[in-house]
Design a protein around this ligand. Sequence first.
Ligand code: PLP
Ligand code: COI
Length: 340
Amino acid sequence: MSKNIDWANIGFGYMETDKRFVSNYKDGAWDEGALVSDANVTINECAGVLQYAQTCFEGLKAYTTEDGRIVCFRPDLNASRMSDSCKRLEMPVFPEDRFVQAVVDVVKANADYVPPFGSGATLYIRPYMFGSSAVIGVKPADEYQFRIFTTPVGPYFKGGAKPITIRVSDFDRAAPHGTGHIKAGLNYAMSLYAIVDAHNQGYAENMYLDAATHTKVEETGGANFIFITKDGKLVTPKSGSILPSITRRSLMVVAEKYLGMTVEHREVLFDEVKDFAECGLCGTAAVISPVGKIVDHGNEICFPSGMDDMGPVTKKLYDTLTGIQMGKIEAPEGWIHVIQ
Ligand code: PLP
Ligand code: COI
């Protein structure tokens, strides 16, 4: 039985659900893992995650389709991106097939929290891993914990699909040759000062430029950028220091194969941004959130699509992507993983 939650009015926050998946790595091997009820984690005061931020995470969503199934979107890509994060952080990989199975198990165990079709909410799934054993010299921990919890969520930005205003950040999120492409706790910690400062000044997010030259568009704190040119092409930044967004990679296929658009995945100079017709942020949490205005130290870039509504091309991308995710539009082979 679906929980009695006011789905249409939940924001993007944490709500404890019934079960979470936990597996421990010790003596060079992962245990079989289990679904547990306790939402709290107890670890040593000197755990690798607490001292040297040895941790990474993933994010994906489960959806109820119109015909009542529960599905998730491309979990294999989250599994493989998490492997990449783990390798870069000297953590043991949780086997990718077991990752996908654990996602299925934990969503099934919390099926009552998967919001109904058309409610505007979804079940956010958060796999993560951290060094759990004590480590005082700068080196990797010996023991790790892999966990997955779920929480129902609404829109990431207040106002749902209404365009947001963002600003060009003065603060870098990652070092010039840093680990921005790894979905790791430390990168996000490095963005917290900038996000609090942006919010205090009335902006919804930061546009980070490349840390080496501050001339190229990278991403925001939690999403990649998409731009639409005046002649209807999709342009999206290519950079080794941004997160390889699964939503962005999927949208490139949707644009080309479903909407017949030309797609350019390339370096994007900040100087070009004023010439685009539409701008949006894309990600699991952001879905596609339209950007109406970018403020660069007092200079405003306003997109012709305006501050009131999502631009027309962004809207087509949004409708097609969410239509695929919610089972209304036929998905490319392998994109939809049926849970139950
Ligand atoms: N960029 C950052 C920094 C993110 O945190 C996220 C969210 O995971 C994304 C981009 C979007 O990635 P995805 O589409 O895989 O959720
Ligand atoms: C996601 O979209 O899954 C993210 O991780 C973005 C943010 C909530 C951290």
